[in-house]
Design a protein around this ligand. Structure first.
Ligand code: KG4
Ligand code: ZN
Length: 348
């Protein structure tokens, strides 16, 4: 294979074991995502079970991606692997595999920051998702509003002070007795619901925040979760919960979406840039996409990844690895997994 570089990437930071073969910036030759369904039994990810499941499947997942791409390890130019943040035991499986494969084949290895992967995911499908843009990264573990003047330069406008947006959906679903992962369950339930029936708070919003205040961009979802718990308890006491679940789900979804949209629009206004890129599992939220598209209007541009590339996957890791590798950032056997890996290029 000649011309563009060929990247093999591995992602094992949470409960998806995934491998991808990417040719150049956009040709996804092979992509396998194995979602560990064992966690649905527990209503959330159990770290030890996640590590063991990665160990059992990583060989087959990588072999599957290479087979689909019709290439061997010897054809690959660089191996990319998620080095953090994430569950340490889970990350270690991918990092050890990536380093061993790279060493055996005499190829360089690049450690990738999981959230930089989510940031690059949209670019795999939409060439227009190029900086400068405002990025909203919303996953099960992170919520970040970024200003991205160029790839590799990230200014953190705001983030969550407690629960991540996806985590808020997951916990809310649990409170409502809906299955994990919570975002899709809440979306399904909310489809039949009235989002105005149960007024819920919009934390850190509309309290006269000004540019320069931390509250202007920061988010908080744990108080909202408690308000939901109280509401559900009250409805349960009155024996009305079963009938109200769709309305409660719709009201909760609307509260989270209102906060995310308002904070993102503040970024758009401050940066005078009507281009927004979404990343992470919550980017799947239809309510979020519709509300943002509407607020951005005809002059704005909203880019969001397709469902397969919005939740955890190795294709986005391959794309971010390509970027880092092209900048000469190659690691070696000293590469290690870090549960709290700092975001490269991030300033506050
Ligand atoms: O990015 P991701 O796959 O994993 C992490 O890196 O954490 O995101 C998973 C999160 C879960 O919290 C899930 O509830 C949420 O994304 N999610 C959604 C939707 N689909 C997935 N949240 C809201 N609405 C959705 N439609
Ligand atoms: Zn993720």
């Amino acid at each position: 294979m000649s011309g563009d570089p060929l990247v093999l990437a591995i992602e094992t930071s949470c409960d998806e074991t995934s491998a991808a073969v990417l040719w150049g910036e956009r040709e996804l030759l092979g992509h396998v995502i194995f979602t560990q369904d064992i966690h649905t039994l527990y209503g959330g990810v159990v770290p030890e079970l996640a590590s063991r499941a990665h160990l059992r499947t990583v060989d087959d997942v990588v072999a599957g991606a290479l087979r689909e791409a019709g290439v061997g390890l010897e054809d690959v130019d660089v191996v990319g692997v998620t080095a953090g943040p994430g569950l340490i035991g889970a990350l270690l499986v991918g990092v050890a595999w990536g380093k061993a494969a790279a060493w055996a084949a005499g190829k360089p290895v690049v450690g990738v920051h999981h959230m930089e992967g989510h940031l690059f995911a949209t670019h795999l499908e939409h060439p227009g998702a190029e900086p400068p843009f405002v990025a909203l990264l919303v996953s099960g573990g992170h919520t970040m509003l970024l200003w991205v003047p160029a790839w590799g330069e990230y200014k953190l406008l705001g983030g969550t002070r407690d629960d991540a947006a996806g985590e808020a959906f997951d916990k809310a679903a649990k409170i409502l007795g809906l299955p994990y992962p919570g975002g899709p369950s809440i979306q399904r339930a909310a489809a039949e619901g009235d989002p105005t029936r149960h007024p819920l708070p919009r934390p850190l919003l509309n309290r006269g925040e000004r540019l320069g205040d931390r509250e202007y961009y920061d988010m908080s979802f744990s108080g909202l979760k408690n308000a939901l718990r109280l509401l559900v308890r009250g409805l349960e006491g009155e024996g009305r919960l079963a009938d109200e679940v769709p309305h409660v789900a719709a009201s909760f979804q609307a509260a989270v979406v209102d906060v995310l949209v308002a904070k993102t629009m503040r970024g758009v206004r401050e940066m005078r840039c009507p281009r927004v890129v979404l990343g992470g599992g919550v980017a799947n939220s239809r309510a979020l996409r519709e509300a943002l598209a509407q607020r951005l209007g005809e002059k704005g541009q909203l880019y969001a990844p397709s469902p397969r590339l919005s939740t955890d996957n190795a294709a986005m890791i391959a794309r971010a690895a390509l970027f880092r590798w092209q900048r000469g950032e190659v690691g070696g056997l000293e590469l290690n997994a870090r549960a709290d890996l700092p975001f490269p290029g991030l300033t506050k």
